[in-house]
Write a protein that binds this ligand. Structure first.
Ligand code: NAD
Length: 486
């Protein structure tokens, strides 16, 4: 049983109120740790420490030295790989085979890539003609935005947190991180890494707790914060925006999705099946970029549904450190109740349950966990709740379509606009459909193939702004123009 406190100004700090909450292993339902909940006092102290560090040693550090420290952070995560892996898997229940390929390596890579990018980003300059013929030189300077609040979800805890902390620190900001109450562990480990490699005190701070009336709300609405970067549900984004409005705090949001996968009859069927299977069931369906609506061109429909169901039935639930495990549990009892609620609604709305629809039989040691069966439906109306609302579970609805115009209209008929996957061997069609989809990210003949230099984010209710590569610098820096009359 571990105990996690706030990390403020380089120190572990217990909550002044003495209030704690439990960290639960989703695979067993057992308590694995105790976490101190931050109140307003701890959030104030963390923001003050971040402000102090901004103009202190961190602000004065030469860029080369700052980048070297971030490289050391990445290297230290890799040295402590097994510890990060176990912490992440215990908090989320995800199989080690997944987290060791994606979550932990990306946690390290997020520091390296942004450290390298910052050194190589040019800014613009213009020479202006003036009536006296001497001219004026305009040039742009990038400056850190200031104290950044980083509010994180539970589905990819280390990966998504460092996706924001990496560029924020590379740009010279300081941060206060609020990890999800479900997954505090790897953020706490990262705090230790910051001290080990000598990142100055106050640069990286962590407050633990919940959202409303707790650390999340106190931090995101704090007047001492210069920017809020948030990943989570769209409805939480709205609440955070309202809290930011009085101080006109800038936001960068990566929010929910209800992503379409479009399978044309001219696709490579094996590739389309494999990719769709991953996009629906990876991380037990708890991936913002995952596919919950699958559209299959009519000639392929029956065959595709049958084969997709077979892949779902082959998934093996189990303990995170069992090498044969290919699917983990949902994150919490609350989330499981929500997902099972959609399973029930789908039945009531007349769905054909092709596979799953319930809870799996598991050995006694896992019986208390938050497990559900991978599930595939057909036959739902386009306006049924399981087709329109983000479920965030291992399930999808598969619907036939006839032509390109029809499927583009169906795919875009949603308030979300995060991602889409298109499966076709027709090059012209691939470009046409990719351009017409209302989504921030479109994959053609792949899914979750990520290049960290590319813009990442969503349209419509799926986000505000883009992070990734140089696009992160739009949010994490302020651009200033200097005009010099010659
Ligand atoms: P959530 O919105 O419930 O919580 C996210 C974080 O916000 C948590 O740390 C929570 O404590 C905090 N929070 C909640 N209410 C708050 C408030 N009023 N003020 C301040 N903070 C508050 O999301 P979740 O359930 O942790 O994550 C799942 C959601 O995240 C899904 O909707 C998923 O699509 C989305 N997501 C999006 C992306 C993306 O890149 N677009 C990536 C991953 C997850």
């Amino acid at each position: 049983m571990f105990e996690i406190r706030q990390f403020i100004d380089g120190e572990d700090v217990p909550s002044a109120s003495g209030v704690t909450f439990e960290d639960v292993d989703p695979a067993t339902g057992k308590v694995i740790g105790i976490v101190h909940e931050a109140g307003r006092a701890e959030v104030d102290a963390a923001v003050a420490a971040a402000r102090e560090a901004l103009t202190g040693p961190w602000g004065r550090l030469p860029t080369e030295r700052r980048m070297a420290l971030l490289h050391q952070v990445a290297a230290r995560i890799e040295q402590r790989f097994d510890e990060f892996l176990a912490a992440e898997c215990l908090d989320t229940g995800k199989p080690a085979s997944l987290a060791s390929r994606i979550d932990i390596p990306r946690g390290a890579a997020n520091f390296r890539i942004f450290a390298d990018l910052v050194k190589n980003v040019p800014t613009e300059s213009f020479m202006l003609d003036t009536p006296d013929g001497e001219g004026a030189l305009n040039y742009a300077l990038r400056r850190p935005k200031g104290v950044i609040a980083v509010v994180c979800p539970w589905n990819l805890p280390l990966l998504l947190m460092t996706w924001k902390v990496g560029p924020a620190l590379a740009c010279g900001n300081t941060v206060v991180v609020k990890p999800s109450e479900e997954t505090p562990h790897t953020t706490a480990l990262l705090a230790g890494v910051m001290n080990e490699v000598g990142v100055p005190r106050g640069v990286f701070n962590v407050v633990h707790g919940f959202g409303p009336d707790s650390a999340g709300e106190y931090l995101a609405g704090h007047p001492g914060v210069d920017g809020v970067t948030f990943t989570g549900e769209s409805i939480t984004g709205s609440a955070i925006m309202a809290g930011c409005a009085p101080h006109v705090t800038q936001v960068s949001f990566e929010l929910g999705g209800k992503n379409p996968g479009i399978v044309f009859a001219d696709c490579d069927l094996d590739k389309a099946l494999e990719g769709t299977m991953r996009s629906v069931f990876a991380n037990c369906g708890q991936v913002c970029l995952g596919t919950e609506r699958v559209y299959v061109q009519r000639p392929l429909f029956d065959d595709f549904v049958e084969r997709l169901a077979k892949t779902a039935e082959e998934l093996r639930p189990g303990a995170w450190n069992d090498e044969t495990t290919t699917i983990g549990p949902l994150i919490s009892a609350t989330h499981r109740a929500k997902v099972l609620g959609y399973y029930k609604q789908a039945l009531e709305a007349g769905a054909t349950v092709v596979t799953g629809g319930g809870v799996p039989d598991l050995p006694d040691d896992l019986a208390g966990g938050h497990w559900v069966q991978p599930t595939i439906w057909t036959g739902l109306a386009d306006d049924a709740a399981p087709v329109r609302e983000e479920i965030f579970g291992p399930c999808c609805h598969v619907r036939p379509f006839d032509d390109e115009d029809e499927v583009v209209a169906l795919a875009n008929d949603t308030r979300y606009g995060l991602a889409g996957a298109v499966w076709t061997e027709n090059l012209a069609r691939a470009h046409r459909v990719a351009a017409r989809l209302e989504a921030g990210i479109v994959w053609v003949n792949s899914w979750f193939l990520r290049d960290l230099r590319t813009p990442f984010g969503g349209m419509k209710h799926s986000g505000i702004g883009r992070e990734g590569g140089v696009h992160s610098f739009e949010f994490y820096t302020e651009l200033k123009n200097v005009c010099i009359k010659l």
